[in-house]
Write a protein that binds this ligand. Structure first.
Ligand SMILES: NC(=O)c1ccc[n+]([C@@H]2O[C@H](COP(=O)([O-])OP(=O)(O)OC[C@H]3O[C@@H](n4cnc5c(N)ncnc54)[C@H](OP(=O)(O)O)[C@@H]3O)[C@@H](O)[C@H]2O)c1
Length: 273
């Protein structure tokens, strides 16, 4: 007798978006398989993929470290085709805005033959509290090679709401949702909103790209990660992604969360204490 496909696989299931999706699915009583290297699932070891996909009906694909790194579209495509061949019915891909390589990965998933949804996101607000900007917030100074170009930061809570809906409900197949917050802020303005929420000074300093890169290396950031972050500031923050988009409203019928709300909720959680 064929085995029923019953799991939802959440890749990056311990990360910023994945763990929020896992929590939402579990609250709905969905059987979840948390995809991370301890499952094991490793993007760089394809022998771990078939086991992770056993009895899976729907999957959330979050690549690591980023869809813009060399080989990412090919790996994501190979994974999506394997998923389709193993009977996975629906794939939801986390993607980035304004990135050619990410959009190539989207095409790979779209062509794999399952139902699909793309959540194409702007910079996460949670980069300030759960990623490379956290140390700067705690130290009271964020030094970045970012000038006057604003970014409509999206809240990972919204990404998780959209991805969970796409995984569990009909009506999202074939959609590319551009997910942003409701307004674009310069990094300096974002820092000011965080400062107001935490009630302490948070300086913003605009630094040249080379100095930023060197600073990351001397702070012990691995070379690969430093190259990636520098590239993102240089290439993606050039104004191409400034305009807020309606993806959250199209997917969920409500407005996206504002950065100010993110800052207040995060401050209250103690993440910046
Ligand atoms: N941050 C942003 O502003 C932004 C914006 C748009 C798109 N994105 C996209 O978001 C994705 C990252 O998602 P996220 O921020 O939710 O995750 P994250 O917080 O960066 O966490 C990374 C996740 O990937 C897992 N992981 C690490 N190395 C892995 C490997 N070799 N194979 C398989 N899994 C691995 C980690 O678990 P283990 O360590 O336990 O393995 C963890 O669950 C990237 O593809 C990036 O392009 C980010």
């Amino acid at each position: 007798m064929p085995v029923m496909s019953t799991y939802t696989l959440v890749l990056g299931g311990t990360g910023k978006t994945g763990r929020r999706i896992v929590a939402r699915l579990q609250a709905q009583g969905v059987e979840v398989r948390v995809g991370s290297r301890s499952l094991p699932f490793d993007w760089y070891d394809a022998t771990t993929w078939p086991g992770a996909l056993e009895d899976v009906e729907t999957a959330y694909i979050s690549y690591f470290p980023d869809l813009v790194v060399e080989g990412a579209p090919e790996r994501v495509g190979a994974f999506a085709r394997l998923a389709a061949s193993k009977g996975v019915r629906r794939l939801v891909l986390l993607s980035g805005r304004g990135e050619a390589e990410a959009q190539r990965a989207e095409q790979e998933v779209i062509a794999a033959g399952t139902e699909w949804t793309v959540v194409r996101c702007s910079w996460f607000a949670q980069n300030f509290s759960e990623a490379f900007l956290l140390d700067g917030v705690l130290a009271g100074e964020i030094a970045l090679p970012a000038g006057d170009v604003p970014e409509p930061f999206v809240d990972a809570e919204d990404i998780a709401d959209v991805a969970t809906a796409a995984l569990t409900q009909d009506g999202h197949h074939g959609e590319i949702y551009e997910l942003t917050g409701p307004r674009a802020l310069r990094f300096e303005e974002a820092a000011a909103e965080i400062a107001a929420a935490i009630g302490r000074e948070l300086r913003f300093v605009s630094v040249p790209g080379e100095a930023f890169h060197a600073g990351m290396l001397s702070a012990g950031v691995p070379e690969d990660e430093a190259v990636l972050v520098s590239w993102l500031f240089r290439e993606v923050l050039d104004g191409r992604n400034v305009e807020p988009q309606d993806g959250v409203r199209r997917a969920l019928g409500r407005a996206p969360r504002d950065f100010g709300e993110y800052a207040r909720v995060t401050a209250a959680s103690g993440a910046w204490a």
